[in-house]
Ligand binder design. Structure first.
Ligand code: ADP
Ligand code: ASP
Ligand code: MG
Length: 814
């Protein structure tokens, strides 16, 4: 004999029920019990109608109408017209009784659990009847049995306790006498010895099937649902989750107890005691292997087998000096909760015995608080115990696996992964079986925590980086192109999966939780919503992805002022924008401190020398104990370009114009020519060398005439360059006569920094600097005479974009 159970989604429509028929017809067993749930969503609607009626809200009628239509339509689609009328009239008469029950509740304005169970039982009664009639219509060898006549329970409504002795006997008598090869029966519903309808708890159709399977010693219990088995984590929340081919009863029990809804937890016990295996299968992909659950322990397989979670948890804490060394307080605490019918999902006790903390279902919070406070009234009045504290909006997340006990360090890895992703842990518990480690976290963090843990324990170390990119001008667009080109390589070789989740320019912004298709980001961005840097941040925070990185490719001070919000939420920041690092020292240092505190890297390699590894090298020198004595550098690709091209055959004006047009200067070329940009760079290098310096401390010996410096527009600026052409020519001639070249040099020594134009003689390292190249000489305690030299292309969108990319890979390897 085989028992097949089909869940709500599997029977949600006529189309789905036809799939169910195919599966049942193909069963290789002579005898089959087919247990069905209510049509998907109907149980919720019935409960909603009951609730509305009990509040004397007329809206229950429209809910009832929806319920009615769902059933009548399904019949019309499944059964040919000539066979419909008998079935329609039976279902209508059932729906009339349902209406009378709801009306009763509406009139008296209340509902008992007994009436509620009666109402909700119609979901399964109707679905099973319709499916039975359909099977009959399809010439299958089928009969019907109301499960209430077989499963007997106590009178506790909504989650009745089964009397197995009576139930098993009734099942045996009935199923053994059946001649047909298929019996269709409703799941979830049962009846008390008094004859009232009872139910087995939400999701209880699985349990019905298990009770039948155990009573009849079935060959197998098949649970047909809408996913291909028990997964490593809820596949609706973790895209990378995989179906587990095989798990033990105990593992299945822990996973389902901690929220893997695919199997109702009580289901396992009856079949476990008979050694009957459970096979979880997908109605919509019947060829998928599914998950087999048996006695066999997970041999050498993975230690962590699955991650599950329970939402809507509250923590209750009882504490006070009166708890120390007084035996029996915990016992009383648990007794009160159990007498109130409140089950405890998780227990932790502080080792000081000063407090005890338990996790319960959030819906039980009020009742728990009231009963516990009442029970400890005497102690509370005398300040020996504080009134119980309840904290809501929490969830439990649990790692499960048979072999976890023999492996050290799993919980360490779990908690450090959560910590790295800024998931705050409120409580921790390890099951006595050592088959699970669980943590209580905020409900909002569940998706992030599940995915981060899944990545850590199941994804062969592929790390997903979720990028939010602001600014897609020259640098930003090159950067996106590089990501697109390298995506595959990074995944295969560095095990990094880079996804661009958000993009914004100054006009619009766009987000895609599955990653923006980079082929067409321009089109998508154009159609995006109105850009706003604050709502951009809000979205990043709300999405709450693990390994989130904010990438700033702008030169905006407003954008720079949002970094602290990102870092404070453990979101890394990568930027080529120099504003933050060259702002006042407090701000710069504050951001670096936050990065450390919140475990979120703040990287700005491209602030100096574009893609050249200048800051990274400096960091390594300092970290390994070296000390910077002096820095000499040519740090402006723009000024280098200008002075390499300027001579007595060109005009200064023309050269600057050309530099601007070819993208070697900032849009406002004065920022480069005045030396401000170089000042910012040497300031950042001085700070990274460990010195507390402000921009005003830097001496700027500008070569520009005062009038040029004071211009307010690009136009005026260029006009002034024309006007002072002779002065610029003088600079060139003097240098030429001294056999020198002009270079704009930044220098830092003994806590002092300066920038300015210098005549560089032939034998100097700077003399042969080409095009827009940068060069930095680090004189340190380890390199006192021959400096460490870093030289190469120091400007341009392509190299800057690659520098940003390098910072992102650094974070990936962090
Ligand atoms: P049915 O109506 O068939 O009984 P349920 O909705 O009760 O189906 O259970 C199936 C659902 O369980 C899946 O759609 C999935 O969202 C959820 N689920 C949660 N955790 C897991 C898990 N670890 N593996 C598979 N499914 C899970
Ligand atoms: N229909 C019931 C519910 O939705 C039982 C089940 O589907 O297992 O909870
Ligand atoms: Mg279910």
């Amino acid at each position: 004999m085989k028992v097949l159970k089909f869940g709500g989604t599997s029977v949600a429509s006529a189309k789905n029920i036809a799939l169910v028929k195919d599966i049942v017809s193909q069963s290789d067993n002579l005898k089959n019990i087919v247990v069905v749930s209510a049509f998907g969503g109907i149980t919720d609607l019935l409960l909603q109608a009951a609730h509305l009626a009990s509040e004397q809200n007329e809206k229950y009628k429209s809910v009832l109408k929806d319920i009615e239509e769902r059933h009548l339509n399904t019949i019309k689609q499944l059964i040919p017209v000539h066979g419909q009328s008998r079935i329609l009239s039976k279902v209508k008469s059932d729906l009339n009784i349902l209406e009378t029950l709801l009306e009763g509740s509406f009139l008296i304005g209340e509902i008992t659990t007994k009436l509620s169970d009666k109402i909700v039982s119609y979901g399964e009664l109707l679905s099973s009847y319709i499916i039975f009639e359909f099977f009959k219509q399809e010439q299958m060898d089928v009969t019907y049995k109301d499960s209430r006549e077989l499963i007997k329970t106590n009178d506790l409504n909504e989650k009745a306790v089964v009397n197995f002795e009576v139930t098993d006997a009734l099942c045996k008598t009935f199923f053994e006498s059946v001649q047909k090869s298929i019996v269709v029966a409703p799941g979830f519903i049962s009846s008390s010895e008094m004859g009232n309808s009872t139910t087995l708890g939400r999701g209880g159709s699985d349990y019905t099937a298990a009770i039948f399977a155990a009573a009849m010693n079935a060959d197998v219990l098949e649970i047909w649902t809408d996913v291909s088995g028990m997964y490593t984590a809820n596949p609706k929340l973790v895209k990378q989750a995989k179906a587990l081919p095989h798990i033990s009863y105990e593992e299945a029990m822990e996973l389902s107890h901690f929220g893997a809804k695919v199997l109702y937890p009580p289901t396992i016990q009856p079949v476990l005691s008979k050694g009957i295996s459970i096979l979880i299968k997908n109605t919509f992909k019947p060829d998928d292997k599914g998950t087999l659950i048996t006695q066999n322990k997970n041999g050498k397989g993975k230690t962590v087998r699955g991650i599950s979670h329970v939402e809507n948890i509250a923590l209750l804490s009882l504490e006070g000096p009166g708890m120390v060394g007084i035996p029996g307080i915990s016992k009383r605490f648990f007794e009160v909760l159990s007498q109130a019918g409140i089950s405890v999902v998780l227990i932790t006790q502080a080792s000081s015995e000063h407090s005890i903390c338990v996790g319960i279902s959030a819906e039980d919070t009020d009742e728990a608080v009231n009963t516990v406070n009442a029970a400890f009234e005497y102690e509370i009045d005398r300040n020996r115990i504080k009134p119980v504290i309840a904290e809501g909006n929490l969830a439990i997340i649990a790692l499960v696996g048979d072999n976890m006990k023999s492996h050290q360090g799993l919980s360490g890895k779990m908690f450090s992964t959560l910590g790295r992703n800024n998931v705050n842990i409120r409580a921790i518990a390890q099951g006595a079986s050592e088959r699970n480690v669980s943590a209580v976290i905020k409900k909002n963090d569940v998706k992030k925590a599940l995915n981060a843990l899944h990545e850590e324990f199941f994804e062969e170390n592929i790390k997903q980086l979720n990028l939010f990119v602001m600014g897609v001008g020259n640098v930003g667009s090159k950067f996106l192109k590089q990501v697109q080109q390298q995506k595959k390589y990074l995944k295969e070789n560095l095990k990094l999966n880079i996804r661009i989740i958000g993009i914004s320019n100054s006009r619009t912004m766009v987000f895609d939780e599955d990653g923006i298709a980079l082929k067409n980001w321009e089109g998508l961005l154009e159609k995006g919503e109105k850009a706003d840097k604050n709502s951009f941040f809000d979205t990043v925070q709300k999405l709450n992805y693990r390994n989130s990185i904010f990438v700033d490719n702008t030169a905006s001070d407003e954008v720079a002022s949002t970094y602290d919000a990102y870092l404070g939420n453990s979101i890394s920041v990568v930027t080529c924008n120099k504003i933050a690092c060259s702002s006042n020292y407090e701000n710069y240092q504050g951001l670096k401190n936050m990065a450390r505190e919140y475990n979120a890297p703040f990287l700005f390699e491209t602030n100096v020398g574009a893609g050249l590894p200048i800051i990274d090298t400096l960091k390594h020198l300092i970290a390994s104990g070296d000390k910077v004595l002096k820095i000499q550098a040519v740090l402006s690709g723009s000024l280098n370009f200008v002075f390499n091209n300027f001579n007595d055959k060109t005009t200064f004006y023309d050269v600057v114009k050309q530099a601007q047009e070819e993208g070697y200067t900032e849009p406002d070329p004065k920022i480069d020519l005045s030396g401000i940009d170089v000042m910012r760079k040497i300031l950042i290098l001085a700070r990274e060398s460990g010195n507390r310096l402000e921009i005003d401390d830097i001496e700027n010996k500008s070569f520009l005439p005062k009038e040029s410096l004071e211009t307010k527009s690009n136009e005026d600026f260029f006009a002034s360059l024309k006007k002072y052409e002779n002065d610029f020519q003088d600079l060139y001639t003097q240098a030429n006569e001294a056999d020198c070249k002009l270079k704009y040099v930044a220098q830092y020594e003994d806590g002092k920094a300066s920038v300015g134009l210098q005549q560089i003689p032939k034998n100097h390292d700077f003399y042969n600097l080409q095009g827009s190249d940068n060069i930095v000489l680090f004189y340190t305690e380890r390199y006192p005479n021959q400096p460490m030299i870093i030289k190469g292309a120091g400007a341009g969108a392509e190299v800057t974009a690659s520098g940003i990319f390098a910072d992102i890979i650094r974070i990936g390897n962090f």
